[in-house]
Design a protein around this ligand. Structure first.
Ligand code: T1G
Length: 697
């Protein structure tokens, strides 16, 4: 009998138990162990029914993702599920935790499914660039009908046990958490009531009901909007449709063909890289797993503006009380009103009850004095980017906050060490860089200063997990990881317009690559004044920042969406960017003043100058140790800047694009465009010279 799957009999029930931490994934050993256990159960004449149950925190959470991309080993998952379904003894699956992907497909190949009420089920393969490849697209619609099966399979969203019961996916749901007892009781009921073998493949009423339905085309149209650039969601629809047009075995064959197309798509590799990357970034290099973490049971926030309000919502959403301090009462009232409006909107959409809205609002205290921070565990400063003001604030925090309190800045560019130098406890100072809107964006860029203690680093990473953010620990430099690379892209984007491109041409190249919006539409969302103030700050600090046509926009009060005019113009209540002839004239005028004769610029040049410049900068960031691994950069860009996850992030994409191709383009632009952004990174040159990739680091 295998290490990871065991068989024993309790009374007249044969029990097949999987025990393969952390999530009982269907690796080769589990698949062969299951088949061996089933065979044993078939031969066990005393066993009148069989029960499939798992040890640990969850039922089978899918195929073993780590095996993807490697040669397929027998037995395959389709073989396993078809063998299970053909059992001539009733087979019951007992589900706790999450039955996902191949795990749910295995349960669907059983004849009955029972779960505890806390369980969830789902087919999230689409999130990995795949589709359910072990019968999920053929068996699920036989229980739920076309609409619900398409929803579950094209979104990958999990469904709670009680909803799954209502949908016919589960046969029973019990309270409590002793899944083995729940499973045994149900299996015994099957025997006692003489319930027959019931194969999902034979259930056709829902198939007959939806045959010829136009729901499939409706989903294809809808996916054109919400799955732009993605490959597998459309294959999911094709596979589910096959369940309604083909006999079961042919439907299974069609599913397999479509599954292999997805497996071969580069998007699968990109999405699996970001799946594991999202989990790997929480393991900070050089920070031992057992580093002590401080309790964060109360939080202080300085600034009730857009960022301060959004940051506050993250903490009260998980029940942590927040005190917001501002200089003026009306700023507090305005900030609180925006938070309440956001929650009211969520309630209107049914995402929150009114009672939950009030519970969250009750956890927010406002104040006009820092004294109210004396007992908090963490303070996050979220005022606008001005070093002098930030140092003044941290000096005051140093006076009032208790020993052991963590002092964090939400600065998006400024030097954490200089901010910390305003205190006598730089070891307790750290950057916590949230992204706007802070209550929505998943990324939290935690910035270690040169004196930040391991305990503080470990604590802010734990805080990220607590408030459901993807926390990435990065080093301290101008703009950290995300903004440092973004500024290079921004500089190139502005220069490309100087030289002859249009803002909409530049933006289209980025949206075609898969970004949700281009450079200039993003500037309009963030506010043209934000970039302008940063450039002015740097000019004041003596840096040679060239004049830009975007400065003129700011000086003319075209600040972006908030003034309905920036690089683009916006109709009342619309966020749709419309090219504005006034801006074209402004750019032409700027070129004349700068003595620039515009030229034809290709989309390929725009792609190279906007994205290769980021990768070259990313390589420098790795050289300097500001980012520990290429995947840290990938996750920052996927969760903070909308880099398409199906391309795996900028450094993963660079490996697909070819580092030699990128290096030769960097050298070309070093000659033709110039500037330190085009000085080839030593790491990039080294990897190309050694024929290696970022993935080899
Ligand atoms: N394979 C391998 N490792 C997995 C895994 C999987 N399916 N799921 C999780 N892990 C690892 C994960 O990397 C981490 O490792 C640890 O388990 C805990 O995970 C044919 C083809 C189950 C909801 O997409 O959604 O079946 O970092 O930190 O927050 O149709 O993991 O500790 O070393 O995420 O409690 C479909 C993916 C596969 C589910 C638990 N299944 N997993 O969340 O813990 S494709 C999925 C999850 C498939 C068939 C197809 C979540 C979770 P480490 P965690 P968590």
């Amino acid at each position: 009998m295998s290490e990871v799957v065991s068989y024993n009999r309790e009374g007249n029930i044969g029990v097949i138990t999987v025990n393969y931490p952390p999530v009982n994934a269907l690796g080769q050993a589990v698949r062969s162990g299951l088949l061996a256990a089933l065979e044993q159960g078939q031969k066990d004449t005393e066993a009148k029914a069989l029960l499939l149950v798992c040890e640990g925190r969850t039922f089978i959470a899918g195929a073993d993702i780590r095996e993807f991309g490697k040669p397929m080993q027998e037995p395959t998952l389709p073989t396993l599920v078809n063998t299970f379904e053909n059992s001539d003894k009733p087979l019951v699956a007992a589900i706790h935790g999450t039955a996902l992907g191949g795990g749910l497909e295995t349960a669907l190949s059983c004849h009955y499914r029972v779960a505890v009420s806390s369980a969830k089920v789902g087919l999230p393969e689409v999130k990995l660039g795949l589709l359910p490849g072990a019968g999920g697209t053929q068996r699920l619609p036989r229980l739920t009908g076309a609409q619900k099966a398409l929803e579950m399979i094209t979104t990958g969203e999990f469904v709670g046990a009680n909803d799954a019961l209502a949908l016919g996916i589960l046969d029973a749901v019990e309270e409590g958490d002793d899944i083995r007892a729940v499973g045994m009781a149900y299996a015994q009921k099957v025997v006692d009531e003489g319930k027959p073998v019931r194969r999902v493949r034979d259930i056709t009423d829902k198939i007959d009901a939806d045959k010829g339905s136009d729901v499939f085309d409706q989903f294809r149209d809808e996916l054109k909007k919400r799955a732009r650039g993605l490959f597998s969601p459309f294959k999911c629809v094709d596979a589910v449709e096959a369940a309604f047009n083909l006999p079961f075995d042919e439907g299974m064959k069609r599913e397999r063909e479509l599954f292999m197309e997805c497996m071969e798509s580069p998007q699968r590799a990109g999405l699996i890289h970001s799946f594991f990357g999202e989990r790997e970034v929480s393991k900070v290099k050089g920070l031992p797993k057992d580093t002590p973490v401080r309790d964060v049971k109360s939080v202080g926030i300085i600034g009730a503006g857009t960022m301060g309000g959004g940051i506050a919502m993250n903490f009260v959403n998980v029940g942590i009380p927040v005190t917001i301090v501002e200089v003026k009462q009306d700023a507090l009232d305005k900030g609180l009103a925006i938070i309440r409006r956001n929650y009211e909107n969520s309630a209107k959409k049914g995402k929150l009850t009114q009672e939950q809205v009030e519970q969250r609002m009750a956890l927010i205290t406002t104040s006009l004095t820092y004294d109210d921070f004396r007992d908090v565990d963490l303070v996050i400063e979220a005022v606008f980017e001005d070093m002098a003001i930030k140092k003044e604030i941290f000096a005051k925090l140093d006076e009032v906050c208790k020993p052991g309190a963590i002092l964090a800045s939400n600065t998006s560019t400024l030097d954490i060490d200089e901010i910390a130098s305003a205190t006598k406890r730089p070891e307790d100072v750290v950057g916590m860089h949230f992204f706007s809107p802070a209550n929505v964006m998943k990324l939290l860029e935690n910035v270690r200063g040169s004196k930040t203690s391991d305990e503080v680093k470990a604590t802010v990473m734990a805080v990220a997990k607590k408030i459901k953010k993807v926390g990435v620990m990065v080093g301290n430099c101008y703009g950290f990881v995300g903004n440092r690379m973004l500024h290079k892209r921004g500089t190139e984007a502005m220069s490309l317009v100087d030289e002859g491109a249009t803002p909409q041409q530049v933006d289209k190249v980025l949206t075609d690559l898969g970004f949700p919006m281009g450079q200039f539409a993003m500037s309009d969302l963030a506010g043209i004044d934000v970039g302008y103030r940063i450039r002015e700050e740097r000019r004041k600090a003596g840096e040679d920042i060239p004049a830009s046509w975007m400065d003129k926009l700011a000086e003319q009060g075209r600040l972006g969406q908030k003034t309905q005019a920036g690089v683009y113009k916006y109709e009342e209540g619309s966020r749709k960017p419309i090219p504005d002839p006034e801006v074209e004239q402004l750019i032409e005028q700027f070129r004349k003043e700068q003595g620039i004769t515009p030229r034809e610029i290709t989309d390929q040049e725009i792609l190279e100058r906007c994205v290769y410049v980021m990768i070259n900068e990313g390589a420098k960031i790795l050289e300097e140790g500001i980012a520990d691994r290429p995947l840290d950069i990938d996750i920052v860009w996927i969760y903070g800047y909308g880099f398409p996850a199906y391309r795996g992030g900028p450094m993963f994409w660079a490996d697909q694009e070819g580092l030699d191709t990128i290096l030769s383009a960097v050298k070309k632009y070093q000659d033709t465009v110039g500037g330190e952004q085009w000085e080839p990174a030593a790491l990039l040159e080294k990897l190309v010279a050694e024929g290696r990739k970022f993935a080899d680091l």
